[in-house]
Ligand binder design. Structure first.
Ligand code: ADP
Length: 444
C-alpha cells in the first residue's frame, strides 16, 4: 500500500480512537463516534468537491497543495495531463511534417471522403487541378473536375490501372490519375503531369503510322510489277531465268505488306477511343469463321481444329477488333503446332464473365519468354516465325484489343506440352443473347 494511504488510514483510526476515549470518559461513546465519522465524511466530501471543481478546469498553477492521498491524486492527474499534451504536440509536429512533405510533391494529391468530397489537397493540386484553397474543401471533386471518364473511373472502383485525362479547364495539360485507398473509407487521388510524355508518345505513334501508310503504295506498285514480270508471256526465257529471284522478291514484298498492315492496325488501335463500340458480337459464330479461315490459310496441311462452344453469351465490343485478336491466336496455334497435333478453340463461362481460349498441343513456350510475348516484334525463334509468315506483331495486337475490351490475356505454356492462350472477358462485357437469337452450345 502506498505510504499516503497508510497515513490516511492511521489518521482515520486516530480520530476514531480519540472519539472513543472521549466517549468513554463522558459515557457517550455513540455520540462521539458519530461526531468523529461525520467530521471525517465532511472532510472527504469537501476534498471531493475541490477535486471535481479543479478537474473541470485543470491548471497546474491552481492545484491545491494537499498532503496525503488527495495531494497524490492531484499529482497523478497532472502527470497524465502533461503526458497527453506531449503526445498531442508530437502528433501535431508529425502532421505538420507530413503536410510539408505532401506540399513539396510535384504531383497533385487530394484526400477524398467515401462520397468523393475533398478533405485536403496540396499546392500542386491548385496548379494542376485548378482547386481553390479554402473554398473547395468539402465539395465533391466531380463538381469541380467535370470529366465523364473520371466519373466512370471512380464509379467502377477498379483502381489497379491509371486513368489518362485532360486537366480541368486546360486541354493542353494531360494528367495521369491514380486513386489509392487509405484509412477507413478514405481515398487519395494523385494526378501527375504527363503532357511531355504524352506528346512524345503521340509523335512516335504518328511516325509509325505515317511511315506504314507511306510504304503501302510503293509496296503495291512493287508487288504489281513483280507479278507482271513473273507472268510475262513475251519473254519466257527471261522469266525462267529470273523465276527464283522474282519468287523471293514476291515473298518478301508480301511479308512487308503484312508487317505494314499489322503496324497500321496497331496504330489504329492505339489511336482508338479507350471505350470501343458496344456492338453485340456473336462469339460462337465469330469463332466458327476464325477456325474455318485459319484452316484455309494452310491448305498444304495443319493440325486438327476443334471448336467447343459452352455458352451462348455474346460480347459487347468492336467486331473487327475481336476478329483480328481471335484470328491471330488461332493462326499462331496453326503455325506452331505440327500436323499431327490438335488445336481446340473454346468459348465458355468463367467467373462472372466468359473466356475465349485457344489450346494447342504444339511446341510450347519456355517460361522466360512468356512475359515478353506481347511486346512488338518479340519472337521466341525469329527465323521460324519468319518462315511461317509471322510478323511478330500478332500478340501485341491481341493485347491491345483485349485492353480495349477490359479483358486480360493469360498464357499457360511449357516447352513440349503445348500452349493455352486464354482471353478473360469481365461480366459487364458478356451479355445474354436477345430472345430468339440463342446460339446452341456446340462442339466440333
Ligand atoms: P508471330 O507473328 O511471330 O507469330 P506473335 O506476336 O503472334 O508473332 O507471337 C510472338 C511469338 O510467340 C511467336 O514468334 C512465337 O514464338 C510465340 N508463339 C505465339 N503463339 C504460339 C503458340 N501457339 N505456340 C508456340 N509459340 C507461340
Amino acid at each position: 500500500m502506498p505510504s499516503s494511504w497508510s497515513h490516511e488510514v492511521w489518521r482515520l483510526v486516530t480520530i476514531l480512537a480519540i472519539c472513543l476515549v472521549l466517549g468513554l470518559l463522558q459515557d457517550r461513546v455513540l455520540v462521539y463516534l458519530l461526531l468523529g465519522t461525520s467530521a471525517g465524511l465532511g472532510w472527504y466530501l469537501y476534498n471531493l468537491y475541490r477535486l471535481h471543481k479543479w478537474l473541470a478546469h485543470p491548471r497546474s498553477r491552481d492545484v491545491p497543495l494537499e498532503p496525503g492521498v488527495w495531494g497524490d491524486l492531484y499529482y497523478l492527474v497532472l502527470r497524465m495531463q502533461a503526458h497527453n499534451q506531449a503526445r498531442k504536440r508530437k502528433l501535431r509536429d508529425l502532421l505538420a511534417q507530413f503536410r510539408a512533405s505532401a506540399e513539396a510533391l510535384p504531383d497533385a494529391a487530394v484526400a477524398l471522403s467515401n462520397e468523393w468530397e475533398i478533405r485536403w489537397f496540396n499546392e500542386a493540386a491548385v496548379n494542376l487541378l485548378n482547386l481553390r484553397p479554402g473554398q473547395d474543401i468539402g465539395s465533391p471533386i466531380l463538381n469541380l473536375f467535370r470529366s465523364p471518364d473520371l466519373s466512370t473511373y471512380l464509379e467502377a472502383g477498379q483502381f489497379g490501372r491509371d486513368l489518362e485525362i485532360n486537366a480541368p479547364g486546360n486541354l493542353e495539360l494531360k494528367l495521369s490519375v491514380r486513386v489509392i485507398p487509405y484509412g477507413e473509407h478514405q481515398w487519395l487521388l494523385l494526378a501527375q503531369d504527363i503532357t511531355e510524355r504524352y506528346r512524345l508518345e503521340r509523335v512516335r505513334k504518328d511516325f509509325v503510322a505515317n511511315v506504314s501508310h507511306e510504304l503501302r503504295t510503293p509496296l503495291t506498285v512493287l508487288s504489281g510489277f513483280i507479278e507482271n514480270l513473273r507472268h510475262d508471256d513475251t519473254a519466257p526465257e527471261c522469266v525462267q531465268r529470273w523465276e527464283r529471284p522474282l519468287a523471293l522478291m514476291d515473298q518478301q514484298a508480301e511479308r512487308m505488306r503484312h508487317i505494314v498492315e499489322d503496324l497500321l492496325l496497331l496504330a489504329q488501335l492505339e489511336g482508338a477511343e479507350s471505350r470501343p463500340s458496344q456492338t453485340r458480337v456473336d462469339v460462337a459464330a465469330l469463332a466458327q469463321t476464325v477456325v474455318t479461315d485459319a484452316g484455309n490459310c494452310r491448305p498444304e496441311g495443319h493440325a486438327a481444329l476443334h471448336l467447343e462452344i459452352g455458352t451462348d453469351r455474346q460480347l459487347l465490343g468492336e467486331p473487327g477488333q475481336l476478329h483480328s485478336a481471335f484470328s491471330n491466336l488461332v493462326v499462331n496455334a496453326v503455325n506452331y503446332t505440327p500436323e499431327t497435333g490438335d488445336i481446340t478453340v473454346k468459348w465458355y463461362e468463367c467467373g462472372e464473365g466468359a473466356c475465349f481460349e485457344v489450346e494447342d498441343t504444339g511446341e510450347g513456350i519456355a517460361a522466360e519468354h512468356l512475359s515478353r510475348l506481347t511486346e512488338r516484334f518479340y519472337r521466341v525463334d525469329t527465323g521460324r516465325s519468319r518462315k511461317r509468315g509471322g510478323t511478330g506483331l500478332g500478340l501485341a495486337i491481341v493485347k491491345h484489343v483485349l485492353q480495349h475490351h477490359d479483358a486480360e490475356l493469360e498464357i499457360v505454356s511449357q516447352p513440349g506440352s503445348g500452349s493455352r492462350f486464354i482471353c478473360r472477358f469481365p461480366g459487364h462485357r458478356c451479355i445474354q443473347p436477345k430472345q430468339g437469337q440463342a446460339a446452341n452450345p456446340q462442339s466440333g
